[in-house]
Design a protein around this ligand. Structure first.
Ligand code: FAD
Length: 338
């Protein structure tokens, strides 16, 4: 739908928390616009682990990241909520009842209240400092997320890293890959005991070759097509691993980015909020999901859902100052037919 120049609530971030906030706002007749810098909605679930099952969403015994997002989309579909994708919100000025948001594309949006659901901020992977990396990233020879396992069918894969992600993906891709190397700069991996046991088993069976203690040293190939990954041991002796794909899992850089410049109190990469309504230190600006913090905060999707409801209810009096909000259950109220 058309992006309006003004709305009631601007929701910054269309991860699970932002998507559900859109639903909660719509149920309370608050107009909203969803904004995300990524080309698709879904935040971490869609970008980082679409094919991984999540087990702790209430009443969903197991749901894959992408499936959870598809369900959230179905839930808001009846409201036809405008979304501004591929737009990073750079500026936020104004006050309760009258905010202006400015994006990197120069778009302005006026909103009476703001919900920041920016997760880990403009999250991005920690990239290895290797010459010529950009060309291989562009061609997909170096990737930081596994979107579709099928893309790695019969590929020679180098996975780098020593934590849960490196281990999980090595185990998950070992049957898909033609050859799988697991490079880590220490001898020992940090992971769940069951994953470590499965790793030993896969190494013994020749499905995974551990390359330890080694670190990434260089990329070889031409025009974005990778032919080998050079690794070096702690004394600088190098070894060439023939490979089509490199998957470095060195963690996510969490950087609040522009959010940190908007004037509300922040604490490292998070925004402290009042736990009862998720309001930040600036009136009219709320924060929910991974980006929000308070004593006892759990960085879980279910927590973000509940915070979305609290923020929407707290925003209602800003938009409808004359109307007391008569609380209604969704069962008695219903939603418009899709
Ligand atoms: P995110 O999902 O981080 O979304 C934030 C969005 O905001 C992003 O799309 C980002 O692009 C956008 N954004 C940020 N800044 C701006 C800006 N300035 N302008 C525009 N857009 C912006 N949680 C569970 O509950 N259960 C699990 O089993 C589970 N498993 C996980 C497994 C993995 C591998 C990972 C990485 C996470 C897992 N999590 C799990 C955590 C869960 O994914 C997060 O808690 C959840 O995604 C947080 O949702 P969010 O909407 O707050 O933020």
């Amino acid at each position: 739908s058309v992006i309006p120049a003004e709305t009631d609530v601007a929701i910054i971030g269309a991860g699970p928390a932002g998507l559900f906030a859109a639903f909660q706002c719509a149920m309370l007749r608050l107009r909203c616009v969803l904004i995300d810098v990524l080309p698709e909605v879904g935040g971490q679930c869609a970008a980082l682990y679409p094919e991984k099952p999540i087990y702790d969403i209430p009443a969903c015994p197991a749901v894959e990241g992408a499936e959870l997002i598809a369900n959230l989309e179905r839930q808001i579909a009846p409201f036809d909520i405008p979304r501004l994708l591929k737009h990073r919100v750079e500026g936020l000025t104004g006050q309760r009842g009258d905010f202006t948001l400015t994006t990197d594309k120069g778009t302005h949006l006026h909103a009476k209240a703001v919900i920041i659901a920016a997760g880990a901020g403009a999250f991005g992977p920690n990239r290895p400092p290797l010459d010529g990396l950009g060309a291989y990233e562009e061609s997909g020879a170096v990737q930081y997320y596994v979107r579709r396992k099928a893309d790695f069918q019969n590929k020679r894969i180098v996975i780098a890293g020593g934590g849960d992600s490196a281990l999980d993906w090595a185990l998950s891709l070992k049957d898909t890959a033609a050859k799988l190397y697991l490079v880590h700069r220490r001898d020992r991996f940090r992971g769940a005991p069951e994953s470590l046991r499965q790793l030993d088993e896969a190494v013994a069976a020749g499905q995974i070759e551990k390359v330890v203690p080694y670190q990434l040293h260089g990329l070889h190939g031409a025009n974005g097509a990778l032919s080998g990954v050079e690794v070096a041991d702690m004394d600088g002796a190098t070894r060439m691993l023939e490979a089509d794909v490199l998957l470095p899992f060195f963690g996510l850089a969490t950087d609040l980015g522009p959010v940190a410049r908007w004037g509300m109190d922040t604490q490292r990469s998070t925004i402290p909020v009042t736990p009862s309504n998720c309001e930040t230190s600036l009136a009219g600006i709320f924060a929910i999901g991974d980006v929000a913090t308070y004593p006892g905060k759990l960085k879980l999707i279910l927590q973000g859902f509940s915070e979305a409801a609290m923020a929407a209810h707290a925003i209602h009096p800003i938009i409808y100052p004359e109307q007391a909000l008569h609380f209604e259950y969704s069962t008695s109220k219903g939603v418009p037919a899709a």
